[in-house]
Ligand binder design. Structure first.
Ligand SMILES: Cc1cc2nc3c(=O)[nH]c(=O)nc-3n(C[C@H](O)[C@H](O)[C@H](O)COP(=O)(O)OP(=O)(O)OC[C@H]3O[C@@H](n4cnc5c(N)ncnc54)[C@H](O)[C@@H]3O)c2cc1C
Length: 380
């Protein structure tokens, strides 16, 4: 293992993988990715793969729009089929209050150039013919939203990064960070120490633990989210569906399986990733309310992963006040896969040229020192 590196990235989920690739593409090749287990062993390998741009804050909308542009050509760029399906996202609303929130969101999204629009229940049924449109008061739809396979994305990013000289060390947990004179001077791992130029905290739900090793407190909290996949059926839905009423989301993979989940507002912060029958009951009940025909399908597998949630449901990106060489890339609050390509570009620009984009400035850790106004649509 290298004993020094210009950039040490902690975590080989989509964040770490995309950043390693972006750095290598810019000619920064002395990059070491340290992964406690194996790539995709965190939230990335457990996620729903949804890629949506219909958010309620300008930063999330812009980051997602720019990321979709990259996702559209990523299979070609990485030489790996990422199973990108651009069938749009249908967001369901069941109350007038939710409808009003959608009106405001669409107005902001359209202002920023996103082609999202409000749909009546009947129009929503045209997008998803199996939908029981009597369950909703309306929906929004954006045809350029999409979904893809997270494993393929990470595989592609890492393969192309490693070809350019990036080193990946699997089963190498970071166990401590030694700080001297306002810098991290040593990254301690179970396989020896590394002297870093900069250190990137891309450890997802464990980013709080990493920051604490350097004496920094992050506001992120790990929250369990459960998810399930059914047996495959003939492909019938390109669209990904979510509801702001109950937090359900579901889509169909290229193999024909229905993959989806639903958040639990009662879930307490913690590292539990066990599966529960309660989730399966609740998810099935809500899913069948919207699309009764799916009741014929058998669930093949269920699992859980951790959302890395910040108080405003937006990521923490960029420099750390008081520690000049620690960069944060975490706090994605359930939508890190969809914005990873653009975030990686912004962080690579910062590391390469010291350019602090508007997004990095607004999404820095220091924002939690003031009043916080956040993202309202936290679903898959
Ligand atoms: C059920 C579920 C569904 C989701 N659905 C979606 C969706 O549809 N769309 C979307 O955009 N997002 C979704 N998300 C969120 C998304 O998965 C995450 O935001 C994203 O994957 C975060 O990627 P990451 O690389 O930052 O973190 P992770 O993928 O968690 O990677 C962090 C890595 O750091 C490693 N690590 C931790 N500690 C250490 C250490 N001490 N030393 C070395 N390595 C360490 C871990 O092993 C892990 O591999 C979902 C999440 C879940 C759980």
């Amino acid at each position: 293992m290298r004993r020094s590196a210009d950039v040490v990235i902690i975590g080989a989920g989509v964040t770490g993988a995309a950043l390693a690739y972006e750095l290598a593409r810019r000619g920064i090749r002395d990059v070491l990715v340290l992964e406690r287990a194996f790539p995709c062993s965190g939230a990335t390998g457990r996620c729903g793969g949804g890629i949506r741009q219909q958010f309620t804050t300008p930063h999330n909308i812009r980051l997602a729009m720019e990321s979709v542009k990259r996702y559209e050509t990523l299979s070609e760029e990485l030489g790996v089929d990422i199973e990108f399906i651009q069938g749009g996202y249908l967001i369901l609303a069941e109350t007038e209050r939710e409808r009003e929130a959608q009106r405001q969101a669409v107005a902001l999204q359209n202002e920023l150039g996103l082609p999202s629009r409000l749909l009546t229940p009947r129009e929503a049924k045209e997008v998803l013919p199996l939908l029981d449109e009597t369950t909703i008061v309306g929906a929004t739809y954006c045809p350029t939203d999409a979904h893809a396979n997270p494993f393929r994305v990470v595989e592609g990013y890492l393969a192309r990064a490693r070809e350019r000289g990036v080193a990946l060390e699997k089963f190498t947990p970071v166990v401590n960070l030694e700080v001297k004179g306002g810098r991290i001077v040593r990254v301690r791992t179970c396989r020896g120490d590394v002297v870093p130029g900069v250190v990137v905290n891309a450890a997802g739900a464990w980013s709080g633990e990493i920051a604490r090793m350097a004496g920094v407190e992050l506001p992120n909290r790990p929250i369990r989210h459960e998810i399930a996949i059914t047996e495959p059926v003939e492909f019938f839905m390109e669209v990904m569906v979510i509801s702001i009423h109950n937090g359900i989301y579901f889509s169909q993979t290229v193999e024909g399986q229905i993959i989806g989940g639903i958040g639990d507002p009662e879930e307490k912060p913690g590292y539990d990733v066990s599966s529960s029958l309660g989730f399966l009951r609740r998810y099935a009940r809500e899913l069948l309310r919207y699309v009764p025909a799916l009741g014929q399908l058998a669930v093949l597998r269920q699992w859980a992963g951790l959302y890395d949630v910040t108080p405003d449901a937006q990521p923490i990106l960029g420099p750390t006040p008081g520690l000049e060489n620690l960069i944060q890339a975490n706090g994605y609050s359930g939508h890190g896969f969809m914005i990873a390509p653009k975030v990686a570009e912004l962080l690579a620009d910062y590391i390469e040229k010291d350019v602090v984009s508007e997004e990095l400035a607004c999404l820095s850790l220091s924002r939690f020192m003031g009043e916080v106004k956040g993202e309202a649509f936290v679903v898959g």
